[in-house]
Design a protein around this ligand. Structure first.
Ligand code: ZN
Length: 290
């Protein structure tokens, strides 16, 4: 099997959610999984990590419908989600999430001023903090759409003039966008290249796509990080390869935030900590459609 990002054949394997187990071969690893990972777990198996570009992909084929029902409810848990939505309506957000949205907005606005965007789409939006951050700098008639599973967030979106247009991507859009943003979503979807091509099709010429994902290039695989429910594991190099294959111009990309070691130790990053930082735990990339 070759790397979906760079086509290299060289790879190592890790056991999903069990990074510290030494994988000798697939058969032994499968024996470990059978003994230690509950049967009903949807996300499990081996992750193939490219030795050349660092891209990691869960090898297990997942059922699209099961994934959909997982995100509709199980991701946050029914009670937690209700509480989260109520908290969001009351304006209760972690300072880290607010700071992250501010950093993302600044990343975009260093290339194009926010008030030039009129049709914005946020995918996997949840509390849509980036859309709300962008709204601060937008003209009043700019439209903000979101794609997010379920009905839970509707009262919150209504309060902030955000229009929910779909549960899942891809969906049939009745317009194109001049900015599409996704934060910690691309690592959850099934097919990266198809998804990027699909996003490109929804953009206007010269439209921008901003993506943030976890950065697994450095300490990630040597730490007991839990992956669930991630399917893809990106490095700056592999994400750039996917973007180029999907026909985008790379405007900028970089590593941002604290180190995974610091994150794992429980450090809550503030605004200063979330800036550009070599080996930081997040990747940001800004792409342009031609
Ligand atoms: Zn590769």
């Amino acid at each position: 099997m070759q790397c979906s990002a760079c086509a290299s054949l060289d790879a190592k394997k890790k056991i999903y959610d069990h990074h510290l187990v030494n994988v000798i071969n697939d058969t032994e690893a499968q024996g470990y999984i059978d003994q230690n990972v509950p049967e009903h777990y949807l996300f499990k198996g081996l992750v193939r990590i490219c030795e050349s570009c660092g891209y990691g992909e869960l090898e297990t084929q997942l059922d699209e419908e099961k994934i959909a029902s997982y995100y509709d409810m199980a991701f946050w848990g029914k009670n937690n989600l209700t509480q989260r939505v109520q908290g969001a309506i009351a304006g209760d957000f972690s300072s880290t999430h607010l700071a992250r949205a501010r950093r993302q907005q600044e990343f975009i606005s260093s290339y194009r001023t926010i008030d030039t965007f009129n049709k914005v789409l946020e995918i996997g939006a949840g509390d849509a903090l980036l859309s709300r951050e962008l709204q601060k700098y937008s003209l009043t008639d700019a439209k903000f759409d979101v794609c997010e599973p379920g009905e839970h967030w509707l009262p919150y979106y209504e309060k902030y003039n955000i229009n929910k247009v779909a549960d899942f991507f891809p969906f049939k859009a009745n317009k194109t966008y001049d900015l599409i943003v996704t934060s910690h979503w691309l690592e959850h979807i099934q097919h990266v290249e198809n998804t990027l091509v699909g996003l490109g099709n929804m953009l206007e010429q010269e439209g921008l796509l901003m993506i943030e994902v976890p950065n697994t290039a450095h300490a990630y695989w040597d730490l007991p990080v839990k992956d669930t429910p991630h399917i893809h594991f990106f490095t700056e190099r592999s994400l750039s390869k996917f973007a180029a294959k999907a026909g985008f111009e790379i405007v900028d990309s970089g590593e941002f935030g604290i180190l995974f070691e610091e994150h794992k130790a429980g450090k809550p990053p503030n605004y200063e900590d979330l800036g550009r930082n070599s080996k930081g735990y997040s990747l940001l990339i800004l792409l342009r459609k031609h």
